[in-house]
Design a protein around this ligand. Structure first.
Ligand code: COA
Length: 329
């Protein structure tokens, strides 16, 4: 008997209304609109209010998915939520989202792979539905990086924004659409190039940790940049190889939106022209786990993805982690 394939159906997103443009950062740190535009491609980013928790934002995105697919929250049997910024450390944010959404039949848990979390979550959801035990798994990728961003550090604060996106994964008998291949990779030896020293079990919050600003993200930008280019290129190659598909056949590349220069280098390596690459970093900055599902939702809603489109998604993040997925929509 042929193994079922995981298909993606329905999309949703939530992006907070509040916007920080580049001029805002000129007041905070020694930077300029020109530097930010040229070095990153970012013009503005959206920042969550106190009430816009990840669970609340995720619920709004999930409701759009359910609406698209024509099912109710009670039809969900799984919720996999990728994030590096859970609303609280215990329980997982997926549990809070499950309660907020009223999805009481769904097993819910978080996946932590930094900016690669959405693609890691997608791969886990694929396994769940292929096993035959799950029928409707909501996959969510979201982050509220503003909560752990040091707004005195010009090298990081200009980069990040908040948001969340979601899709639904379910089994489909036919093999001509759905998730054709995926690839996950990690190099934990590079963990301290992009990390958050405090707040966890090793360094619980205390006065010293707060004084040293250990609560916030630390990043060696140049090293992260180089690894991101190399890893995302490799991830594109592996996803295409595993599916036996050539770069020319790809209709749309959705790369993680970390820096326009990383996106351009990835596309160049993959041999995919920029007209086939989706870019929204100018409007959102780096939203970490949210960047791919937000882009996916925008592309579906504006018709850049239509049934039959071949979509390559690729991400890179702290860990280091990197991942790719090739989907026939
Ligand atoms: N405004 C003005 N100058 C800045 C600045 C800012 N916001 N941030 C850094 N600089 C300065 C640096 O201090 C440095 O000055 P110096 O030459 O006097 O030492 C200079 O700009 C160049 O710094 P560098 O770090 O080499 O810049 P860059 O071109 O690599 O750009 C990043 C910095 C952070 C934008 C870039 O490295 C990057 O995008 N890295 C990857 C980040 C990322 O993707 N993180 C998340 C992974 S998912």
């Amino acid at each position: 008997m042929k193994r079922p394939v995981a298909e993606l159906v329905g999309t949703g997103r939530y992006v907070p209304d509040m916007v920080y443009d580049n001029a805002y950062f000129e007041q905070l740190v020694d930077t300029s609109d020109e530097w930010i535009r040229e070095r990153t491609g970012i013009l503005e980013r959206h920042i969550a209010s106190d009430d816009e928790t990840l669970a609340v934002m995720g619920t709004r995105a999930a409701e759009q998915v359910l609406d698209d697919v024509g099912i109710t929250a009670l039809d969900l049997d799984g919720i996999v939520l990728g994030t590096a910024t859970p609303d609280r450390l215990l329980p997982s944010t997926a549990c809070d989202l499950q309660a907020e959404l009223g999805a009481r039949n769904a097993a819910a848990f978080d996946i932590a792979a930094a900016c690669s979390s959405f693609l890691y979550s997608l791969s886990v959801a694929e396994g769940m539905v292929i096993s035959g035990d799950f029928q409707n798994v909501l996959v969510v990728g979201g982050d509220r990086l503003s909560r752990i961003t040091d707004y005195t550090d010009r090298a990081t604060c200009i980069l990040f924004g908040d948001g969340i996106g979601a899709t639904l994964v379910r089994p489909v008998a036919s093999g001509d659409r759905g998730l054709l291949s995926s690839y996950l990779k990690t190099d934990g030896t590079l963990a301290n190039l992009l990390y958050r020293p405090g707040g966890g079990g090793n360094h619980p919050p205390d006065e010293k940790m707060l004084e040293e600003r250990g609560y916030y993200i630390k990043m060696a930008g140049r090293e992260v940049f180089k690894s991101a280019v190399k890893s995302m290129a490799e991830a594109c190659d592996r996803a295409l190889e595993r599916a036996g598909v050539s770069a020319e056949e790809v209709d749309l590349l959705i790369p993680h939106q970390a820096n326009i220069r990383i996106i351009e280098a990835t596309a160049k390596h993959a041999g995919i022209p920029m007209e086939k690459v989706y870019v929204n970093i100018d409007r959102y900055g780096n939203t970490s786990a949210a960047s791919i599902p937000i882009a996916l939702d925008e592309c579906v809603r504006c018709g850049r993805i239509v049934p039959g489109s071949l979509v390559l998604m690729v991400a890179f993040g702290g860990g280091f982690t990197w991942a790719s997925a090739l989907v026939r929509w």
